[in-house]
Design a protein around this ligand. Structure first.
Ligand code: ATP
Ligand code: MG
Length: 793
């Protein structure tokens, strides 16, 4: 470029420039992986600010992870030469928490609401299922949690769902009851679950126009990365934020003193790649991208085709794989980086053998100058990390697992956080019940429940119930223990008061007080379980985290700390400076890039995962996941598999993934396990040479390809107006209709959640037939035959 060229435009190709320079209502950038979508967003933000067309505070940029947000903030800062204060660059969830903390008092919550993660939600659901004895009707925690989450992502609540539910079906009726009770419990606890964060913000905007108007006036430029993975609730949120502000009528304005000027809707930029949509299971809806032009009239579309990340060989493999998905706009990525090395393929005897290959290749990469931090290992399921970790430890390969059992999910950390939450939010019964007898103070489950009933009957918070423990007629010891705990929490609450003489206590001061008085760590240290020492260390690590937090946020209070903790996403634990190999699931890998990528377990039952293989649209989604994995690699790509794999509790023969044969053979250089040199040459795994992967006798599931091209879900949804789509009902009705299933006492069946069992009796008639089943492992259950996820075996 010329000397006087805008530095924000230098280093961009013409299409990318068009996107950066666009000024108008709506811009859609659709492009394949690695084509600079995220880069364009970053440059666009910087350009808007530098040209003074926007104040930083008028910008709202949405990224998929907190880490991506931090990176974008940093890059914008670097482009501008200074950090722009007041910009909102965050995930959907963090943006919504910020809004809700300010506005929740409008609708019956307080700003100190708790955020329930999926574990908390499940604890609550488990309790409700038990209370309603719904387990005997085949309800499982996972099933209910999944269904509620899907409904919320479609912006359905218990009431709206009830209006469409079929009450001739007792199962439906029971589900509505569970959903209602769950909602009531959340409200009573002053808590939002993860899906609520988005849904309740949408609700807030719809119910309180003046609140919505405030944010519409504020955010003039809204930019969304990874738009292909937004679900309906997130889509609706964007829609709300980009509505125009009408001119207020004169009389109203005069009386309120407000400005009268109307405003056009905010300018919206979204970028995405429908080939990388991998969150359908969480309600992501590719139609949001496909229908953007219809939803946002006047939209400009920019296509990017040049890939700047990967070599041509890697892209050729990616293109070859993804073009097997029907129903997509054909687009081919190209690069001028050159062919690069061939992809390396490897088949091991076992998962360990495969892991050894990965470790050996990492050593070679290191020798040729690739740093550990530029290497990543991907897998489909977390269970696959065990073999990798064992070998890496033995081979002294430094590594980090992103998003495994995370620090914040450990029981001891959740205990201690529950103390903090109980201080911040006195209505949070879940947190209070968790700490009531942790560490043990002789308070049993009956007392725990008695307090809940007392709170409910007197319409007071759980913490108030604790304060009035002496009205419950409990023994003096138990009463004393409850009152002591309530006193401790009250003391901590007082210390948070900014009016206090020495000012509000810091988070670490509060935490230290709670730990000392509750004797939590002391009790752990005195324990006999060898794991307890490690647990105590984790708690101390948390104390260190609070100190670190206080250093970085001198003004930050307890709520800020809890918010931050609740929103940490898997990928956020990545430590940039670390010289370690990164291990992560394919889902976590989205948006990232590495010099060298190992994609392991490229086998049937893993990729596609056996849960998705038979599901409508499943194999196509799994193919996109494979595509995401391949396109993370800059220079070197390794695809590996094992002939046998320990999985689901047993070692089984594994078959090469159907997707492998979609990659042209000349792109892959196959290596075999050292011990297999005689049995096969350096060619593709044998099964790949037959017509379909898995060859002859292998389980027929691998042959099912109908899901790829023909799924009722996709068909159902195409062309339907959005509002009519209520697919949770639809799927339940269609997939689980065992209306004709012949069952009688003595039959053996398999249930999706409970495993195998024997039918002891069948009662009822028609659609209300119930099977009484003695499950081998799960005990006896009553199942509504029509809809239970069962098959005869
Ligand atoms: P994904 O779909 O995986 O999220 P993306 O489209 O967001 O990818 P980016 O991550 O923005 O792509 O860019 C991929 C890589 O290419 C980055 O390293 C980026 O810096 C680089 N890049 C993008 N555009 C250019 C360009 N015009 N010149 C040089 N490098 C570029
Ligand atoms: Mg990106």
């Amino acid at each position: 470029g010329g000397v006087d060229e805008d530095p924000l435009l230098a280093g961009l190709n013409p299409e990318q420039r068009t996107a950066v320079e666009y000024r108008g209502p709506a811009l859609l950038i659709v492009a394949g992986a690695g084509s600079g979508k995220t880069r364009v967003l970053t440059h666009r933000i910087a350009s808007l600010i530098e040209s003074r067309e926007a104040w930083p505070s008028q910008i709202l940029a949405i990224t998929f992870t907190n880490k991506a947000a931090a990176e974008m903030r940093e890059r914008v800062g670097a482009l501008l030469g200074q950090v722009a204060e007041g910009m909102w660059i965050s995930t959907f969830h963090s943006a919504c928490v910020r809004i809700l903390r300010r506005e929740a008092e409008n609708f019956g919550f307080t700003k100190s609401f708790t955020i329930y993660d999926s574990h908390d939600s499940r604890t609550l659901i488990k309790r409700i299922i038990k209370d309603l004895q719904a387990d005997t009707y085949g309800f499982t925690v996972a099933g209910v949690a999944g269904k509620i989450s899907k409904l919320k992502n479609e912006l359905a609540d218990a009431d709206s769902y009830a209006r469409t539910a079929n009450f001739n079906d007792p199962q439906e009726e029971l589900f509505v009851q569970i959903f209602r009770q769950y909602t009531r419990s959340l409200n009573a606890a002053n808590a939002f679950d993860f899906d609520d964060l988005i849904g309740q913000t949408v609700y807030l905007f719809r119910a309180f126009p003046h609140v919505a108007e405030h944010y519409r006036r504020r955010f003039r430029h809204i930019l969304v990365d990874e738009y292909q993975d937004t679900n309906h609730a997130q889509y609706a949120l964007i829609h709300e934020l980009t509505r125009p502000v009408p001119e207020a009528n004169k009389a109203e304005a005069a009386s309120s003193g407000h400005r009268t000027a109307g405003l056009p809707g905010a300018s919206l930029t979204v970028v995405g790649d429908s080939d990388q949509s991998i969150y359908a299971f969480r309600g992501a809806d590719v139609r949001n991208i496909v229908e953007f032009e219809r939803d946002f009239p006047g939209a400009t579309v920019v296509l990017l085709e040049q890939n700047y990340r990967s070599t041509q060989n890697i892209l050729a493999a990616a293109n070859a794989v993804i073009q097997n998905n029907f129903d997509r706009k054909d687009k081919k990525l190209w690069t001028d980086i050159g062919d690069g090395d061939k992809i390396t393929g490897f088949t091991g005897y076992s998962g360990h053998d495969e892991a050894q290959f990965v470790a050996d290749e990492i050593a070679k990469l290191r020798d040729s100058g690739t740093a550990y931090k530029d290497i990543a290992v991907f897998y489909r399921t977390n269970a696959q990390t065990r073999a990798l970790e064992e070998i890496f430890i033995r081979s002294a390969v430094p590594y980090r697992v992103l998003g495994g059992t995370r620090f914040y999910e450990r029981a001891e950390i959740k205990d201690v956080l529950a103390y903090l939450i109980a201080v911040a939010n006195p209505r949070d019964a879940l947190a209070l019940r968790r700490i009531l007898n942790t560490p043990k103070r002789g308070i049993g489950p009956a007392t725990e429940t008695a307090l809940a009933v007392f709170a409910e009957n007197n319409d007071i918070s759980y913490r108030d119930a604790m304060r009035r423990a002496n009205e419950l007629g409990l023994g003096p010891k138990v009463t004393g223990a409850i009152l002591d705990l309530a006193d401790l929490l009250d003391l901590a609450t007082e210390m948070l008061d900014p009016e206090r003489e020495d000012g509000a206590a810091t988070v670490s001061e509060i935490l230290t007080l709670l730990l000392e008085r509750s004797k939590y760590v002391q009790t752990l240290r005195a324990g006999r379980d060898p794991q307890d020492e490690a647990r105590a260390e984790n708690v101390e690590e948390l104390v260190a985290v609070t100190k670190e937090f206080q250093k970085n946020n001198p003004e930050g209070g307890l709520l800020d700390f809890l918010t931050e903790v609740s929103l940490v996403a898997a990928v956020d634990e990545l430590d940039d400076s670390s010289g370690t190999v990164s291990l992560m699931t394919l889902h976590t890998a989205k948006g990232l890039e590495y010099e060298a990528v190992f994609l392991t377990g490229v086998e049937e039952d893993l990729l596609p995962h056996r849960m998705s293989a038979s599901e409508p649209g499943g194999p196509a989604e799994e193919r996109r996941l494979f595509y995401v994995g391949i396109t993370r690699a800059r220079r070197r790509l390794y695809l590996s598999l094992a002939m046998t794999r320990a999985q689901f509790g047993e070692t089984a023969v594994a078959m090469p993934s159907r997707y492998l044969q979609e990659i042209p053979a000349e792109l892959i250089d196959w290596k075999q396990s050292p011990g297999m040199a005689n049995s096969r040459g350096g060619t593709q795994p044998r099964a790949l040479n037959s017509n379909r992967p898995g060859g002859g006798s292998y389980n027929s599931r691998s042959a099912i390809r109908s899901g790829d091209s023909l799924s009722f879900r996709d068909q159902d949804r195409a062309g339907l107006p959005r509002a009519k789509v209520e697919w949770p009902n639809r799927v339940t009705a269609q997939v689980r209709d065992n209306g004709d299933l012949e069952l009688q006492a003595g039959d053996r069946i398999r249930h999706a959640d409970f495993g195998e069992g024997r039918v002891s009796a069948v009662t009822g008639e028609g659609t209300k037939r119930v099977a009484h089943v003695a499950f081998d492992a799960a005990g006896s259950k009553k199942l509504l035959i029509k809809i239970a996820p069962i098959e005869k075996i």
